[in-house]
Design a protein around this ligand. Structure first.
Ligand SMILES: C[S@@+](CC[C@H](N)C(=O)[O-])C[C@H]1O[C@@H](n2cnc3c(N)ncnc32)[C@H](O)[C@@H]1O
Length: 252
């Protein structure tokens, strides 16, 4: 795991409060895919320092579970929110074995899945944990943006990319997986989840005041990709299919 989320966790927590990529692009774009969260049981997979947790508590969620592989991140969340959240360490590559079946209304997973090599156990766990009619919203690196870093030149092959990021004011080595849109979409649908919305995010105009050049770049280029996926019971999806067929028949 990158030292960005362990040794530099406190600095990372400060930076993402108001930076362009997280505060003015990623968080508003993810939040726009969520319905009203009041009274909902929410699981935050890869919660980081708790910027989302803060917002979930402000939305009056019922139960908030925050999970991260980094002990430092989990400690930050516990120190900020105490007993208002249930926070613990777990590598989501192994799924979420401690979460009960059909127990979450909403699962969010912002900017985490590019650190996971095999997405299958993650989405299988999400499907198992979601209540019937629950949903998941996640964001990850945009496959087209990451393709610039490909060494193989083969868009369709998964690659481990290593870079140095200056997010915390000093270069920190980060490794992540670059993968195709097909791989992401197949991992989702293989689990039984249905993709109901996909977006490429919208940069907030306020970014102009922080950096005109970064704002321009993000206005013109995709950087992250955002999905909403639904757990629809088989009978419900059959019903949707039935109505779609009826509509097609009427339109003939
Ligand atoms: C870019 S940060 C995003 C944090 C938070 N989701 C947010 O958007 O503010 C990525 C987080 O994912 C966590 N992470 C990375 N790999 C993980 C894994 N395999 N299991 C659980 N958490 C992981 C890191 O420790 C870090 O806190």
């Amino acid at each position: 795991m990158s030292k960005m989320y362990t040794k530099h966790a406190v600095k990372y927590a400060e930076v993402v409060k108001g930076n362009i990529y997280n505060a003015l692009l990623e968080r508003p774009s993810t939040m726009s895919l969520l319905d009203n969260l009041q009274g909902k049981d929410v699981v935050d997979m890869g919660c980081g320092p708790g910027e989302y947790a803060q917002w979930f508590l402000e939305q009056s969620v019922n139960r908030l579970t925050c999970i991260d592989i980094s002990q430092e991140m989990v400690a930050l969340v516990k120190s900020k929110f105490g007993s208002n959240v249930h926070a613990y360490c777990q590598n989501i590559s192994q799924g979420l074995p401690l979460e009960k079946d059909n127990s979450a209304d909403v699962i969010v997973c912002p900017l985490v899945l590019h650190y996971v090599e095999d997405l299958t156990p993650v989405f299988e766990s999400v499907y198992r944990i979601l209540k019937p009619s629950g949903y998941m919203v996640f964001s990850t690196h945009h496959p087209f943006a990451d393709f610039e870093c490909s060494e193989s030149g083969n868009y369709f092959s998964r690659e481990l990319v290593e870079e140095e990021w200056n997010t915390v004011g000093t270069p920190v080595k980060v490794q992540y997986y670059r993968r195709s849109l097909t791989e992401i979409s197949e991992a989702i649908t293989h689990s039984g989840l249905l993709i109901s919305k996909m977006s490429e995010g919208v940069i907030d105009e306020k970014a102009k005041d922080l950096s005109e050049s970064t704002y321009r770049h993000l206005k013109n280029n995709p950087n992250f990709i955002f999905f909403r996926c639904e757990k629809v019971r088989t009978s419900q999806s059959n019903e949707v299919l039935f109505h779609a067929r009826q509509l097609a028949y009427i339109q003939k």
